[in-house]
Write a protein that binds this ligand. Structure first.
Ligand code: NI
Length: 247
């Protein structure tokens, strides 16, 4: 009888242990699963920023009027291969439907600038109209990236005194104009840059056109090979006392 009871108790104890083990397993699987789900919901991390060496030459490539996935994504891929960065001046009303591409720019560690909301020439605008163009542009970008753009570039480089009065951020023009939008010829864009490039340049291109992405796929590794660090405009401003074409 005693032996039977002992056996019975051992069986109950053993079953209890097995049950506990199963509960533990189920819980750990559930926990891991929710952890994984949490991880998937997290925004992908921002690419690490390579440190800039002020003693070495550097240039800031800038791309306007996007985002436009067929061109922007190719430019980002080319930059990633050499750990280069660039600056994208985004038009606010082009963001809707292209949020993924804008996030890709942001997550690559590249810089984002405000290029107004409707890509209007700002010279004819009243202060209120200009402010609206800038604020709506900021809001469209911030809704996707969570951050305000750090720079401003007026469309066509049409600088006006009321822009400087209303805007605290750097107003960025350029020192090399590739005219890529007008000829849409990758060879012309490549030649214009490689013949003229020097330390501290801000180079104007447009990621609204696929031929510009083709040019960038040649220019980016070539500039890297020639020893240029490909930096954002803000990095250029941090590392050079005087930068041409920034107001
Ligand atoms: Ni533009």
């Amino acid at each position: 009888m005693v032996i039977k009871l002992k056996r019975h108790m051992t069986t109950v104890f053993g079953l209890g242990l097995v049950l506990l083990g199963i509960i533990f397993l189920v819980y750990s699987v559930l926990f891991m699963d929710s952890d994984r789900r949490l991880w998937q919901d997290m925004p992908s991390s921002v690419a690490p920023v390579a440190s800039v060496d002020p003693k070495k030459p550097m240039v800031a490539l800038t791309f306007d009027d996007g985002p436009y996935a067929p061109s922007t994504c190719r430019i980002l891929d080319a930059l990633e291969k050499v750990q280069g960065k660039a600056t994208f001046f985004v038009v606010g009303d082009r963001v809707k439907g292209r949020e993924d591409t804008l996030l890709k720019i942001r997550n690559s560690g590249c810089e984002i600038g405000n290029h107004t909301y409707n890509h209007v020439c700002i010279r004819g605008l009243s202060d209120a109209q200009l402010q609206q163009q800038l604020q709506k542009g900021d809001a469209a970008i911030r809704a996707v990236t969570g951050e305000n753009p750090t720079l401003v570039r007026p469309p066509g480089g049409a600088y006006s005194k009321n822009l400087r009065k209303l805007e605290k951020r750097p107003i960025v023009l350029w020192s090399i104009d590739t005219m890529d939008w007008s000829h849409q010829n990758p060879q012309k864009t490549i030649q214009k840059v490689l013949k003229n490039v020097k330390d501290g340049d801000i180079i104007l291109m447009h990621d609204l056109f696929v031929p510009t992405a083709e040019a960038a796929e040649v220019l980016i590794p070539e500039l890297h090979k020639r020893g240029y660090q490909l930096v954002t405009v803000s990095e250029l401003l941090e590392n050079r006392e005087k930068v041409e074409a920034v107001i």
